[in-house]
Design a binder for this molecule. Structure first.
Ligand SMILES: Cc1ncc(COP(=O)(O)O)c(C=O)c1O
Length: 422
């Protein structure tokens, strides 16, 4: 068995034939059983990562809490898994709230986000009895004041005006961001919230963005909260980046927790509750996607086309994420390839530059680090059914989301009215 770099699931190895084993299951066998494309999750790896996250923070600051940012992988099996590991969860929409409740998450441990919560969103959150609503605007305050029957705990999202080095679409804490309130406005909101008899302001929230590969912007956001008053709770968001390729590096959990907790102790005090909301760095590397190669075209570029693409992985076209690929159980000399999908546009590229062992039709091709923001961004472009999710643990493979069918694609169509015959 050969160990793999950190962009692969913690419980994955290559066997002596070059097959990938995830959670004790052969990916080649999984592809036979469940078809391709298929999202494969190393369940034990995700559980271990949740425990590592808790340990990293609790060992440095006992009064801390890890919240699963569920937008990264919103399916009931994953909500349940992280709830079983003692994590809270955040939701950004009523749909995510619905899934979290269906996944058995204790409403008291749900944090509700959103920069555009409408009355129905707020009413659903209040009715579910969520633990905390994160106020993003003065309109949120008005709505909650109107719709909360009794009392609701809230955090106020502060825009820290910190620019991190990541794709602009996933930056959220820069000065022109649509999220949260800049400090001058935050002070006014704090005043209003402190005067409210329905809303109990327990603390401040901030989030700089996603796939951040340096800890400095994350600690700068902590510093930005320091002179806004004293609060018992601080939610420092998520954002820690992950390695997508064997050559990538990302800060370790220990380095991240060290930096964040030190910044809290320095600027916010030691007697506060610290919350963090990881998504990508909690589940990203516990997932891989497996495809079959369906066509190889050798010309100026070697195009290796697989039976998925931007329908199951939008990260590449939305954020320019650079993945790597591996063809399983092949030892031929390698060639430089571009891995492309089956969708009708040239942007449908999965891996721009991959050294692969002379791929042929029928090969199983795997892209690692697809555990975050792939399932959730999956779509039906070109009427392509979305892939299933298979959770693997100690050699046991469990189908937790089935493959979409062609009938599913008709599910929302309203049949045309019967044309009356003369
Ligand atoms: C408010 C909030 N918290 C947490 C996260 C999770 O971020 P990440 O997946 O980068 O850890 C996000 C995602 O952007 C977010 O918007």
């Amino acid at each position: 068995m050969t160990a793999l770099p950190p962009c692969y699931p913690a419980n994955s190895r290559l066997d002596e034939h070059g097959d990938l084993i995830v959670g004790g299951c052969s990916v080649t066998e999984l592809c036979r059983e469940f078809g391709t494309p298929v999202y494969i999750v190393d369940e034990q790896g995700a559980r271990e990562r949740a425990r590592d996250y808790r340990a990293a923070f609790e060992s440095r600051h006992p009064d801390s809490e890890v919240i699963f940012a569920s937008k990264a992988f919103p399916c009931t099996a994953i909500y349940r898994l992280f709830a079983e590991e003692g994590l809270s969860c955040d939701v950004a929409t009523r749909g995510e709230l619905f899934l979290a409740l269906a996944g058995g998450v204790d409403p008291a441990r749900i944090h509700v986000h959103g920069n555009a919560k409408d009355d129905a969103d707020v009413a659903a959150a209040v009715e579910a009895g969520v633990g905390c609503v994160v106020i993003d605007s003065f309109d949120d305050i008005d709505r909650l004041e109107r719709l909360v029957p009794d009392r609701q705990r809230v955090l106020l999202r502060v825009n820290p005006e910190v620019q991190a080095d990541t794709h602009e679409s996933v930056l959220t804490g820069h000065s022109t961001s649509k999220f949260g309130l800049r400090r001058a406005l935050a002070l006014r909101a704090i005043e209003r919230l402190r005067a409210s008899d329905r809303l109990e302001l327990i603390g401040l929230h901030t989030h700089v963005g996603s796939q951040i590969l340096e800890v400095e912007p994350l600690t700068m956001a902590v510093d930005a909260l320091a002179d806004l008053g004293d609060f018992p709770v601080y939610d420092l968001g998520g954002g820690l980046g992950i390695p997508y390729r064997s050559t990538d590096t990302a800060p370790s959990l220990d380095a991240y927790a060290d930096a964040l907790v030190s910044a809290v102790h320095r600027g916010l005090g030691t007697d506060v509750r610290v919350l963090v909301e990881p998504g990508r760095s909690l589940i990203g590397t516990s997932g891989v996607t497996a495809y079959h190669v369906v066509s190889v075209k050798r010309d100026v570029v070697v195009h290796v086309a697989v039976n998925g693409g931007m329908g199951d992985n939008l990260e590449v076209s939305l954020y320019g994420t650079e993945f790597e690929a591996r063809v399983l159980a092949r030892r031929d000399a390698t060639e430089r390839c571009q891995v492309v999908g089956k969708h009708c546009e040239s942007g449908d590229v999965l891996v721009r530059d991959a050294e692969l062992p002379s791929p042929v039709i029928g090969d199983v091709l795997v892209t690692p680090a697809t555990g975050a923001y792939c399932y959730t961004l999956a779509n039906n472009y070109n009427a392509q059914p979305r892939p299933p999710v298979v959770s693997c643990r100690e050699g046991d493979a469990r189908l937790v989301v089935r493959r979409e069918t062609y009938d599913d694609l008709l599910r929302r169509d309203v049949p045309a009215a019967a044309v009356p015959t003369a």
